[in-house]
Design a protein around this ligand. Structure first.
Ligand code: ADP
Length: 447
């Protein structure tokens, strides 16, 4: 069994991993940049190693320094969290080449799913329904024109190496196709070093529904139901819920089984998420994430499973702790992502937290590295806390979430707490009547 885990990440997810490790009697090593010396998980970890200056390129993305830290501390496994090196095939391989356990999927699966063109191709072969579009990358404008005419406008140009909503362009009609393909390509080139793009039908008003899956790496896999992540701003998720207010039990079982079977066929190992757009009762695969997701706690709340624990067990070669028949879904959970940003302008607001108080009480969970006196560094992601609440049903969950939001105190910096409070009062949100476009329209209305 694993005895010491190096946590190659920061912020709330580093703390989340530390907590799972200590609950399993596993020691932790926190690697951190100079800017994070006072981070909560660094203060709590059994050992700490400073791996570089604030810039992520020199610290959290610095492979030689992270591997050295693992060797010096004698860590026998590395958990990459999300973001940073979590979906970096090269890093996963280097870790394994150093005889350190990689708490993540097999490197080849990270590679396949990291290239969206290849991911779509494999997903199609594995029997997942796809968004109509180009068969692979588009290289020639003439070819793109032909595909776009066939599937019909609007179409969306997407970067094969894209992520975080970058490198995507919606093309309303044929006259703009060429210039937008070029723009998407050059944006992708500067962001990801790869200008490969592909085309997809632009779905007008879908929901974003994703299935959590788990594989043992040996041909067994289960699904843990879906999450609805339709509330997005600039393609970034803001609030997530499980189960989705619109997915039926029949749809959950049917699509969940398709996903789990696909992962079993692949021999997938560890946690993964298969993302779909959902429109008019149809599911359309868009991508697969080969890591733990930010929003994993809503799945934990309704299944009672600890996904980080499960990741560690599978990485250590143990079987999944549940079979599909043993997975049960109870109640409803919602997560609010709380960013250190102004709730209307979304201007980042790093700095000193003068006063911090986390909400508490029954079925309320706060995953956050904040504490009174902590300074939020300006160098990284602005998400500083996740408030996750469970209720017997969606209505009760929302009532509890309102109460929990009232209790949260984060003073000294701007946060998006008021945005979440306003959302919970909106009649359409209360009805569960929203799609991926809804939040941006709602925000525009509010200005
Ligand atoms: P990324 O990896 O950059 O997050 P995704 O492929 O997951 O990119 O897409 C992110 C978001 O972009 C989706 O949740 C959805 O809001 C929007 N999107 C992606 N593809 C389409 C499409 N074909 N039609 C409409 N919206 C899309």
């Amino acid at each position: 069994m694993i005895k010491k885990v190096l946590i190659a990440n920061r912020g709330e997810i580093a703390l989340r991993i530390h907590r799972a490790c200590h609950e399993m009697g596993i020691k932790t090593v926190a690697v951190h940049s100079t800017a994070d010396a006072q981070a909560k998980h660094v203060l709590l970890a059994d050992e700490t190693v400073c791996i570089g200056p604030p810039s992520a390129t020199d610290s959290y993305l610095n492979i030689p320094n992270i591997i050295s830290a693992a060797e010096i501390s004698g860590a026998d496994a590395i958990h990459p969290g999300y973001g940073f090196l979590s979906e970096n095939e090269k890093f996963a391989k280097i870790v394994e080449d150093h005889d350190i356990i990689w708490i993540g999927p097999k490197p080849e699966h990270i590679r396949i799913m990291g290239d969206k063109v290849e991911a779509k191709r494999s997903a199609g072969k594995l029997g997942l329904p796809l968004v109509p579009g180009s068969d692979g990358a588009v290289k020639e404008i003439s070819e793109a024109k032909k595909v776009a005419d066939e599937i019909g406008y609007p179409v969306i140009v997407k970067a094969a190496s894209g992520g975080g909503g970058r490198g995507m362009k919606v093309v309303p009609d044929a006259s703009q196709l060429e210039s937008l393909i070029k723009q998407a390509g050059s944006e992708a080139k500067s962001a990801f070093g790869d200008d490969t793009v592909y085309l997809e039908k632009f779905l007008g008003n879908p929901r974003h529904i994703e299935f959590q899956i788990f594989g043992d790496g040996k041909g067994k896999a289960v699904h843990l139901g879906e999450r609805d992540c339709s509330l997005q701003r600039r393609h970034q998720k803001v609030l997530e819920e499980a189960p989705s207010p619109v997915i039926t039990e029949e749809e959950r079982t049917r699509m969940g089984d398709i996903c789990a079977n696909a992962m079993a066929d692949m021999g997938y190992r560890g946690a993964g998420t298969i993302e779909f757009l959902y429109e008019d009762g149809g599911f359309y695969f868009i991508e697969m994430n080969t890591r733990l997701q930010v929003e994993h706690p809503v799945t934990e709340m309704i299944t009672g499973l600890d996904l980080v624990r499960e990741q560690i067990l599978v990485a250590a070669g143990q079987p999944l702790s549940v079979t599909q028949d043993e997975v049960t879904f109870t109640g409803h959970a919602i997560e609010c992502r709380i960013n250190a940003e102004h709730h209307k302008t979304f201007a980042p607001s790093p700095g000193k937290v003068i006063n911090y108080h986390a909400a508490g009480g029954m079925h309320v969970r706060v995953d956050s590295g904040l504490y009174s006196g902590y300074s939020i560094p300006p160098y990284y992601d602005s998400m500083v806390a996740k408030l996750i609440v469970y209720g017997k049903n969606r209505k009760k969950c929302i009532m509890r979430l309102r109460r929990a939001l009232e209790e949260m105190v984060i003073e000294g910096v701007d946060t998006t707490l008021p945005l979440h409070q306003a959302l919970l009062d909106d009649p359409e949100f209360l009805e569960g009547d929203y799609t991926i476009k809804w939040l941006e329209e709602w925000l525009a209305r509010d200005q």
